[in-house]
Write a protein that binds this ligand. Structure first.
Ligand code: PHE
Length: 447
């Protein structure tokens, strides 16, 4: 019996769900700390170029592959190029999703914990760094919050795409945006914020290295949920009548605006309040409570902010798990809920070493990175760009850009990228990724 595949009820529903996938911890937690450790403005500029030249064409491509085939990433490549190894792109994506969700859920758990920390009040005499380090180095609380977060994710996934996903994102995304705006206003009006603004906006190109480029494309892929099939999967639920370039444009635009705003909320405050921009993964969790402490009713805003951050993380986690679940449902005939529960447990177990890396397994490191950073590095800086590069080569040369454009509802390729889509997807996307990955990884591994 063939069951009708679910479809987003409106174009807006798709945009919100795909933007819900894109906007998450990547825009606030990851964007701020990667910008901070890579020297600020020059990194931001390279990141923006990567978003426009590589990210946008690939978002359109992934959505089109999904809609064309109406399948999960592995099934999609198999359907378009049967009996060829192209399906391995999908398989690599499903694996990347598995790794990402396992550490993503740990960080999302930190946000859940901070919802409750805000209840006891953020005050300016607090030891913000000490509080954060105290939390992540404790053994049980991060594991318990990780379990709760995975539980929430699989509960939503089991109830299906339209009911589960669509309902949530509509109200929560705009609220996050409003709180972020309030934070920006407070942060840029703090005394001494100017040096933070300059760190964020005036590039010092002398500091740019191959690692800056590698980090920038890794961040672009991570934040746009690219290179692992999330957009293929969401595209597979998209109606044939919806215009892909416009929808993709909204998703990329919203995601970028949220990241840029997060930087304005964080960097001016980092400098005004004397924190270290290169502090690493704790940056947002250390700095933002300090900004809340400077606001009237700061603890209330802090509570709302971490709640909404957790929700933003949830709508991203849903898309990560959905890729894996869609594969098990489409290809292996599992029921939605058993696929969600089974994979939820596996991902939970896989995530545990990440948090133990801050205590019991603290002596384990790889190229100077702890366990969580290593997961993140392998997935975001290697697997996602590799998946994106292969997808571009597939679309540009195997499927051909002309057919891809047809699927996007723009037979003449007139929208924005114009006839440039073919040029972008065949050269501008894959060539720089290949160069950046080869040079960047070579230098990373040889120190
Ligand atoms: N884009 C999400 C974020 O920025 C994370 C994500 C990555 C989601 C890859 C799906 C796929 O938080």
């Amino acid at each position: 019996m063939v069951k009708m595949r679910e479809q987003w009820t409106t174009s807006l529903a798709f945009i919100l769900a795909a933007a819900g996938s894109a906007v998450g911890l990547g825009n606030i937690w990851r964007f701020s700390y990667v910008t901070g450790t890579n020297g600020g403005a020059a990194f931001v500029l390279i990141y923006l170029l990567a978003i426009i030249l590589i990210g946008y064409p690939l978002v359109m491509t992934e959505i089109s592959i999904g809609r064309k085939t109406q399948k999960n990433p592995i099934g999609a490549f198999w359907a378009m190029a049967p009996n060829t190894p192209w399906w391995l792109i999908g398989a690599m994506g499903v694996s990347a999703g598995f790794v990402i969700l396992s550490f993503y859920s740990i960080v999302a758990g930190w946000s859940l914990a901070y919802i409750f920390k805000s209840l006891s009040g953020f005050t300016s005499d607090m030891d913000f760094a000490g509080t954060f380090v105290g939390h992540i180095t404790s053994v049980w609380p991060p594991i318990i919050w990780h379990a709760i977060f995975i539980g929430l994710t699989l509960a939503i996934i089991s109830s299906g795409v339209v009911n589960g996903i669509q309902r949530w994102v509509k109200i929560l995304m705009p609220s996050l945006f409003i709180i972020l705006l309030i934070l920006v206003l407070r942060s840029i009006t703090l005394e001494g914020s100017a040096s933070g603004i300059s760190f964020y906006l005036s590039p010092r190109f002398g500091d740019v290295t191959s690692q800056t480029f590698l980090a920038a494309i890794g961040q672009a892929f991570f934040t746009l949920s690219l290179g692992m099939g999330a957009m293929i999967t969401y595209g597979s639920y998209l109606k044939k009548s919806d215009p892909v370039p416009t929808n993709a444009g909204w998703v990329v635009g919203l995601d970028t605006v949220v990241a840029i705003l997060a930087g304005f909320a964080i960097f001016p405050a980092v400098f005004a309040l004397g924190f270290d921009p290169a502090a690493g993964p704790g940056l947002a969790f250390i700095t933002l409570p300090a900004v809340f402490a400077e606001l009237p009713a700061g603890s209330l805003f802090g509570f709302l902010f971490f709640l909404l951050l957790a929700v933003a993380a949830l709508t991203s986690a849903i898309s990560l798990l959905e890729v894996i679940v869609a594969w098990l449902v489409d290809e292996k005939g599992w029921s939605r809920s058993s696929a969600a529960v089974f994979m939820g447990i596996a991902i939970f177990l896989m995530g545990i070493p990440c948090t133990l890396g801050y205590n019991l397994l603290g002596n384990i490191s790889f190229l100077g990175m702890d366990i969580l950073d290593t997961y993140d590095f392998v997935a975001s800086d290697i697997l996602l760009p590799l998946g994106g590069m292969m997808t571009a080569i597939f679309a540009g040369y195997v499927w051909t850009s002309r057919k891809a454009c047809k699927e996007m509802n723009t037979p003449e390729c007139v929208i924005f990228v114009g006839t440039w889509y073919g040029f972008l997807i065949r050269y501008v996307v894959p060539v720089p990724i290949a160069v950046i990955m080869i040079v960047g990884l070579y230098q990373k591994f040889t120190g």
